[in-house]
Design a protein around this ligand. Structure first.
Ligand code: PXL
Length: 270
């Protein structure tokens, strides 16, 4: 019998299908792995703003996680929007029992428009409970600034190394750069690596962080090394953003094109 490469996404539900667990499942599927989703909270939003967030009971979230991990087993795990300090801490306790599974922690704190997606007291909880378990953490520039209490700089490896002090690797996404934007990666085995890209003129960037971190988890689930997984995910997200930019979707921030590789436009976009 064969085994799927399986990724469990632990994240919030986002009704538009652009971000959250919906984006995770599309991204993991588009990158070739089996996608499962444990829901942490239910968000009501349109393309212009987040309207309501309802966290689910912590025991329901941890129950979903244990049900998948104990029975089916995961080849990689990804966490997204967790929202409350209690969930961050409890999930840390639960996931400590599955340390052999690669874990990508996307510390969702603010969305692309700057809307807070976390209760402030949960920020420090990440450092104490989930980062020490993480293979990789994937903060965006704003989240890196919140974690460091200063403006993140990719000029030297000082700041990215500070984000790796829990024994994890890190990639900071969308750091401002004269040529557009830069992603800054660090792991103990590769040192600092940067990915510089031209800015794409698009508002369809809702869920880029979810999509990218899930894509890394998918490639890890297939046995790629961390740096290989990051490079493959960079190529995937670049194409998804460029093809996504050609679609109309609502009046605000729309999705990336998760399945762009299935279309002619997508195949020529890379
Ligand atoms: O893109 C960040 C994000 C993550 N998770 C959920 C969201 C959003 C942004 O809208 O709704 C559930």
């Amino acid at each position: 019998m064969k085994e799927y490469p399986k990724v469990l996404a632990i994240a919030g539900s986002e009704p538009l299908g652009s971000a959250g667990v919906q984006a995770d499942i599309k991204s993991i599927s588009a990158c070739g792995s089996y996608a499962a989703g444990a829901i942490t909270c239910i968000v009501d939003e349109d393309t212009t703003r987040v309207k309501q967030v309802f966290p689910l009971p912590v025991e329901l979230v941890t129950g979903q996680v244990r049900s998948f991990l104990d029975d089916v087993h995961a080849s990689a795990i990804k966490t997204g929007m967790l929202f409350t300090e209690e969930l961050v801490r409890t999930l840390g306790d639960v996931l400590a029992a599955y340390r052999t599974v690669p874990l990508v922690v996307d510390p969702v704190m603010v969305d692309s428009a700057g809307t807070p997606l976390i209760r402030p007291e949960a920020i420090d909880a990440y450092k104490e409970s989930l980062f020490p378990l993480a293979t990789l953490i994937t903060p965006n520039f704003r989240e890196a600034n919140l974690l460091l209490h200063r403006t993140f700089s990719g000029d030297t490896d000082e700041d990215i190394r500070a984000l790796c002090r829990w024994g994890n690797a890190a990639i900071v996404k969308s750091v401002p750069h004269p040529e557009g934007l830069m992603d800054v990666f660090y792991s103990a085995s590769t040192g600092m690596k940067t990915f510089v890209k031209a800015k794409v003129d698009t508002r369809n960037v809702n869920g880029t962080g979810c999509t990218f971190s899930s894509s890394i988890a998918a490639y890890l689930s297939q046995g790629h090394t961390l740096y290989e997984a990051v490079c493959l995910a960079e190529t995937y997200i670049d194409g998804a953003i460029r093809v996504g930019a050609t679609y109309r979707f609502g009046t605000g921030f729309g999705p990336v094109a998760h399945f762009y590789r299935r279309s002619e436009a997508g195949r020529t976009a890379e």
